[in-house]
Design a protein around this ligand. Structure first.
Ligand SMILES: C[S@@+](CC[C@H](N)C(=O)[O-])C[C@H]1O[C@@H](n2cnc3c(N)ncnc32)[C@H](O)[C@@H]1O
Length: 280
Protein backbone atom coordinates (compact mmCIF):
# COMPACT_ATOMS: atom_id res chain seq x y z
CA UNK A 1 0.00 0.00 0.00
CA UNK A 2 1.29 3.49 -0.83
CA UNK A 3 2.07 5.81 2.10
CA UNK A 4 -0.32 8.74 2.48
CA UNK A 5 1.19 12.08 1.45
CA UNK A 6 2.25 14.13 4.48
CA UNK A 7 -0.31 16.87 3.70
CA UNK A 8 -3.07 14.22 3.88
CA UNK A 9 -1.68 12.99 7.20
CA UNK A 10 -1.53 16.58 8.50
CA UNK A 11 -5.12 17.14 7.40
CA UNK A 12 -6.14 13.87 9.10
CA UNK A 13 -4.42 14.95 12.34
CA UNK A 14 -6.06 18.39 12.18
CA UNK A 15 -9.48 16.78 11.65
CA UNK A 16 -8.99 14.34 14.54
CA UNK A 17 -7.90 17.20 16.79
CA UNK A 18 -10.85 19.34 15.74
CA UNK A 19 -13.31 16.58 16.59
CA UNK A 20 -11.62 16.03 19.99
CA UNK A 21 -11.99 19.77 20.68
CA UNK A 22 -15.64 19.71 19.57
CA UNK A 23 -16.33 16.68 21.80
CA UNK A 24 -14.60 18.24 24.83
CA UNK A 25 -16.54 21.50 24.52
CA UNK A 26 -19.68 19.46 23.86
CA UNK A 27 -19.14 17.68 27.18
CA UNK A 28 -18.50 21.02 28.91
CA UNK A 29 -21.58 22.77 27.49
CA UNK A 30 -23.91 22.05 30.44
CA UNK A 31 -21.42 23.21 33.09
CA UNK A 32 -19.64 25.94 31.04
CA UNK A 33 -21.45 28.94 32.54
CA UNK A 34 -20.70 27.85 36.13
CA UNK A 35 -16.96 27.98 35.41
CA UNK A 36 -16.76 30.88 32.97
CA UNK A 37 -15.75 33.76 35.29
CA UNK A 38 -12.58 34.58 33.36
CA UNK A 39 -14.33 34.09 30.01
CA UNK A 40 -17.03 36.61 31.00
CA UNK A 41 -14.43 39.20 32.02
CA UNK A 42 -12.47 38.73 28.80
CA UNK A 43 -15.65 39.02 26.69
CA UNK A 44 -16.62 42.23 28.53
CA UNK A 45 -13.12 43.62 27.99
CA UNK A 46 -13.34 42.78 24.28
CA UNK A 47 -16.85 44.16 23.79
CA UNK A 48 -15.78 47.43 25.43
CA UNK A 49 -13.64 47.93 22.29
CA UNK A 50 -16.76 48.05 20.08
CA UNK A 51 -17.33 51.45 18.54
CA UNK A 52 -20.85 52.90 18.48
CA UNK A 53 -22.83 50.43 16.37
CA UNK A 54 -24.62 51.41 13.21
CA UNK A 55 -28.25 50.29 12.79
CA UNK A 56 -29.36 46.99 11.21
CA UNK A 57 -26.05 45.30 10.95
CA UNK A 58 -25.08 41.68 10.40
CA UNK A 59 -23.03 40.55 13.40
CA UNK A 60 -21.18 37.28 13.85
CA UNK A 61 -20.16 35.67 17.16
CA UNK A 62 -17.42 33.24 16.15
CA UNK A 63 -16.92 30.38 18.64
CA UNK A 64 -19.96 31.61 20.58
CA UNK A 65 -19.99 28.88 23.28
CA UNK A 66 -23.14 29.33 25.37
CA UNK A 67 -23.83 32.66 23.68
CA UNK A 68 -22.64 35.32 26.12
CA UNK A 69 -21.25 37.65 23.43
CA UNK A 70 -24.29 37.08 21.19
CA UNK A 71 -26.56 38.15 24.06
CA UNK A 72 -24.47 41.25 24.69
CA UNK A 73 -24.45 42.09 20.96
CA UNK A 74 -28.24 41.88 20.87
CA UNK A 75 -28.51 44.14 23.91
CA UNK A 76 -26.13 46.66 22.37
CA UNK A 77 -27.80 46.61 18.96
CA UNK A 78 -31.36 45.20 19.12
CA UNK A 79 -32.01 45.83 15.41
CA UNK A 80 -28.96 43.86 14.30
CA UNK A 81 -29.08 40.36 13.00
CA UNK A 82 -26.76 38.12 15.06
CA UNK A 83 -25.32 34.81 13.89
CA UNK A 84 -23.92 32.62 16.69
CA UNK A 85 -21.44 30.06 15.33
CA UNK A 86 -19.63 27.24 17.13
CA UNK A 87 -17.93 23.93 16.40
CA UNK A 88 -19.68 22.14 19.28
CA UNK A 89 -23.37 21.43 18.75
CA UNK A 90 -24.16 21.06 22.50
CA UNK A 91 -22.76 24.59 23.06
CA UNK A 92 -25.19 25.88 20.42
CA UNK A 93 -28.04 23.97 22.08
CA UNK A 94 -27.35 25.78 25.38
CA UNK A 95 -26.92 29.11 23.55
CA UNK A 96 -30.16 28.53 21.67
CA UNK A 97 -32.12 27.87 24.89
CA UNK A 98 -30.71 31.00 26.52
CA UNK A 99 -30.83 33.36 23.56
CA UNK A 100 -34.08 32.43 21.97
CA UNK A 101 -35.87 32.74 25.28
CA UNK A 102 -35.49 36.45 24.53
CA UNK A 103 -37.99 37.88 22.02
CA UNK A 104 -35.46 38.71 19.32
CA UNK A 105 -34.04 35.69 17.54
CA UNK A 106 -30.41 34.83 16.98
CA UNK A 107 -29.47 32.42 14.20
CA UNK A 108 -27.28 29.43 15.15
CA UNK A 109 -24.72 27.73 12.95
CA UNK A 110 -22.51 24.72 13.70
CA UNK A 111 -19.31 25.25 11.69
CA UNK A 112 -15.54 25.60 11.83
CA UNK A 113 -14.02 29.08 12.15
CA UNK A 114 -11.30 27.92 9.74
CA UNK A 115 -13.79 27.24 6.92
CA UNK A 116 -16.82 29.49 7.29
CA UNK A 117 -19.93 28.61 5.27
CA UNK A 118 -20.68 32.32 4.81
CA UNK A 119 -20.71 34.63 1.81
CA UNK A 120 -17.80 36.97 1.06
CA UNK A 121 -18.19 40.52 2.42
CA UNK A 122 -21.37 39.72 4.36
CA UNK A 123 -20.50 40.66 7.98
CA UNK A 124 -20.47 44.17 9.49
CA UNK A 125 -19.11 43.28 12.94
CA UNK A 126 -17.42 40.06 14.02
CA UNK A 127 -16.70 39.18 17.66
CA UNK A 128 -14.77 36.12 18.76
CA UNK A 129 -13.85 35.66 22.40
CA UNK A 130 -11.38 32.98 23.48
CA UNK A 131 -11.98 30.64 20.54
CA UNK A 132 -8.97 31.46 18.31
CA UNK A 133 -6.51 29.57 20.55
CA UNK A 134 -8.46 26.39 19.81
CA UNK A 135 -7.92 26.65 16.07
CA UNK A 136 -4.88 24.78 14.78
CA UNK A 137 -4.49 27.25 11.89
CA UNK A 138 -4.99 30.86 13.05
CA UNK A 139 -3.95 32.14 9.61
CA UNK A 140 -6.91 30.24 8.13
CA UNK A 141 -9.20 31.92 10.69
CA UNK A 142 -7.81 35.36 9.80
CA UNK A 143 -8.18 34.59 6.08
CA UNK A 144 -11.83 33.67 6.69
CA UNK A 145 -12.37 36.81 8.78
CA UNK A 146 -10.86 38.90 5.99
CA UNK A 147 -13.09 37.16 3.43
CA UNK A 148 -16.44 37.46 5.27
CA UNK A 149 -16.03 41.02 6.60
CA UNK A 150 -17.45 43.83 4.51
CA UNK A 151 -14.80 46.34 3.33
CA UNK A 152 -13.90 48.63 6.22
CA UNK A 153 -15.62 46.34 8.79
CA UNK A 154 -14.23 45.37 12.18
CA UNK A 155 -13.48 42.08 13.92
CA UNK A 156 -12.75 41.97 17.65
CA UNK A 157 -10.91 38.82 18.68
CA UNK A 158 -9.60 37.80 22.09
CA UNK A 159 -7.18 34.97 22.64
CA UNK A 160 -4.55 33.77 25.09
CA UNK A 161 -0.82 34.49 24.90
CA UNK A 162 2.09 32.22 25.91
CA UNK A 163 2.36 33.44 29.52
CA UNK A 164 -1.03 31.83 30.21
CA UNK A 165 -1.02 28.79 32.51
CA UNK A 166 2.77 28.79 32.79
CA UNK A 167 2.56 27.87 36.48
CA UNK A 168 0.59 24.76 35.57
CA UNK A 169 3.03 23.86 32.78
CA UNK A 170 5.99 24.34 35.15
CA UNK A 171 4.41 22.05 37.77
CA UNK A 172 3.87 19.30 35.20
CA UNK A 173 7.34 19.81 33.68
CA UNK A 174 8.79 18.81 37.07
CA UNK A 175 6.94 15.49 36.84
CA UNK A 176 7.01 14.25 33.24
CA UNK A 177 7.84 15.32 29.70
CA UNK A 178 4.24 15.27 28.39
CA UNK A 179 2.44 18.39 27.25
CA UNK A 180 -0.38 18.90 29.79
CA UNK A 181 -1.51 22.31 28.66
CA UNK A 182 -1.90 24.20 25.43
CA UNK A 183 0.86 26.40 24.15
CA UNK A 184 -0.36 29.75 22.97
CA UNK A 185 0.96 31.80 20.08
CA UNK A 186 2.87 34.98 20.88
CA UNK A 187 1.40 38.30 19.81
CA UNK A 188 4.01 38.81 17.07
CA UNK A 189 2.91 35.61 15.31
CA UNK A 190 -0.70 36.77 15.34
CA UNK A 191 0.44 40.15 14.02
CA UNK A 192 2.27 38.39 11.16
CA UNK A 193 -0.74 36.17 10.40
CA UNK A 194 -3.08 39.18 10.29
CA UNK A 195 -0.70 41.12 8.03
CA UNK A 196 -0.33 38.09 5.73
CA UNK A 197 -4.04 38.15 4.90
CA UNK A 198 -4.21 41.95 4.65
CA UNK A 199 -6.02 42.74 7.93
CA UNK A 200 -5.04 45.90 9.81
CA UNK A 201 -4.40 45.09 13.47
CA UNK A 202 -4.44 46.94 16.76
CA UNK A 203 -3.42 44.82 19.71
CA UNK A 204 -4.00 45.16 23.46
CA UNK A 205 -2.04 42.83 25.70
CA UNK A 206 -2.56 42.36 29.45
CA UNK A 207 -1.50 39.88 32.11
CA UNK A 208 -4.29 38.91 34.48
CA UNK A 209 -3.63 36.90 37.64
CA UNK A 210 -6.21 34.53 39.11
CA UNK A 211 -5.76 32.55 42.30
CA UNK A 212 -6.60 28.86 42.67
CA UNK A 213 -6.87 26.70 45.78
CA UNK A 214 -5.00 23.83 44.14
CA UNK A 215 -4.04 22.24 40.84
CA UNK A 216 -7.21 20.17 41.19
CA UNK A 217 -9.33 23.34 41.37
CA UNK A 218 -7.70 24.66 38.17
CA UNK A 219 -8.09 21.29 36.42
CA UNK A 220 -11.76 21.14 37.47
CA UNK A 221 -12.36 24.64 36.09
CA UNK A 222 -10.81 23.69 32.72
CA UNK A 223 -12.79 20.45 32.61
CA UNK A 224 -16.04 22.21 33.53
CA UNK A 225 -15.51 24.58 30.59
CA UNK A 226 -14.66 21.74 28.22
CA UNK A 227 -11.21 23.31 27.85
CA UNK A 228 -9.29 20.25 29.03
CA UNK A 229 -7.92 19.22 25.64
CA UNK A 230 -4.29 19.74 24.72
CA UNK A 231 -4.96 21.35 21.39
CA UNK A 232 -1.72 20.43 19.67
CA UNK A 233 -1.17 16.91 20.98
CA UNK A 234 -1.53 13.98 18.58
CA UNK A 235 -3.76 12.11 21.04
CA UNK A 236 -5.32 12.45 24.48
CA UNK A 237 -2.69 13.07 27.18
CA UNK A 238 -2.98 10.38 29.83
CA UNK A 239 -1.84 10.78 33.41
CA UNK A 240 -1.85 8.71 36.61
CA UNK A 241 -3.12 9.71 40.07
CA UNK A 242 0.47 9.54 41.36
CA UNK A 243 1.72 11.92 38.63
CA UNK A 244 -1.16 14.31 39.32
CA UNK A 245 -0.38 14.27 43.05
CA UNK A 246 3.29 15.04 42.34
CA UNK A 247 2.40 17.93 39.99
CA UNK A 248 -0.12 19.27 42.53
CA UNK A 249 2.60 19.33 45.20
CA UNK A 250 4.93 21.36 42.94
CA UNK A 251 2.07 23.71 41.99
CA UNK A 252 1.20 24.22 45.69
CA UNK A 253 4.69 25.63 46.35
CA UNK A 254 3.40 28.89 44.84
CA UNK A 255 0.75 29.23 47.60
CA UNK A 256 0.08 32.80 48.80
CA UNK A 257 -2.60 34.11 51.20
CA UNK A 258 -5.15 34.41 48.32
CA UNK A 259 -4.31 31.04 46.81
CA UNK A 260 -1.89 29.95 44.10
CA UNK A 261 -1.45 32.68 41.47
CA UNK A 262 -1.80 31.69 37.82
CA UNK A 263 -1.16 34.12 34.99
CA UNK A 264 -3.44 34.52 32.00
CA UNK A 265 -2.08 36.57 29.10
CA UNK A 266 -5.05 38.21 27.46
CA UNK A 267 -4.66 39.42 23.89
CA UNK A 268 -7.44 41.57 22.42
CA UNK A 269 -7.15 42.19 18.70
CA UNK A 270 -9.06 44.78 16.70
CA UNK A 271 -8.78 43.63 13.07
CA UNK A 272 -10.05 45.81 10.29
CA UNK A 273 -10.58 44.96 6.64
CA UNK A 274 -9.32 47.75 4.42
CA UNK A 275 -12.08 49.91 2.96
CA UNK A 276 -12.79 49.42 -0.72
CA UNK A 277 -10.91 51.85 -2.86
CA UNK A 278 -13.29 53.97 -4.91
CA UNK A 279 -12.68 53.82 -8.69
CA UNK A 280 -10.91 56.93 -10.02
C1 LIG B 1 -13.57 29.08 25.75
S1 LIG B 1 -15.00 28.88 24.76
C2 LIG B 1 -15.48 30.58 24.50
C3 LIG B 1 -16.97 30.68 24.24
C4 LIG B 1 -17.54 32.09 24.18
N1 LIG B 1 -16.97 32.86 23.08
C5 LIG B 1 -17.35 32.82 25.48
O1 LIG B 1 -16.68 33.86 25.49
O2 LIG B 1 -17.89 32.35 26.50
C6 LIG B 1 -14.34 28.44 23.17
C7 LIG B 1 -15.43 28.06 22.17
O3 LIG B 1 -14.81 27.98 20.88
C8 LIG B 1 -15.38 26.89 20.20
N2 LIG B 1 -14.46 26.45 19.15
C9 LIG B 1 -13.29 25.82 19.29
N3 LIG B 1 -12.72 25.60 18.09
C10 LIG B 1 -13.57 26.14 17.17
C11 LIG B 1 -13.54 26.22 15.74
N4 LIG B 1 -12.53 25.72 15.03
N5 LIG B 1 -14.58 26.82 15.12
C12 LIG B 1 -15.63 27.33 15.84
N6 LIG B 1 -15.70 27.27 17.18
C13 LIG B 1 -14.67 26.68 17.84
C14 LIG B 1 -15.61 25.84 21.27
O4 LIG B 1 -16.53 24.85 20.89
C15 LIG B 1 -16.08 26.70 22.43
O5 LIG B 1 -17.46 26.83 22.47
Amino acid sequence: MNALPSTTLQQGTALALRSRIARAFGRGAASYDQHAGLQRQVADRLLAMLPEPEPAMQMLDLGCGTGYCSTRLRQLQPAASVLALDLALPMLAVANRQLNAAPAQVQMLCADAQALPLRDSSVDVLVSSLALQWCSDPTAVFAEIQRVLKPGALALVSTLGPASLQEMRAAWAAVDAKRHSNEFLPAWQLQQAAAAVGLQLQLEQEIWVRHYRSLLALAQELKGLGANVVAHAQAEVTTTPAAFKAAAAVFARGLQPDGIPVRWEILCLALRKKPQESPR
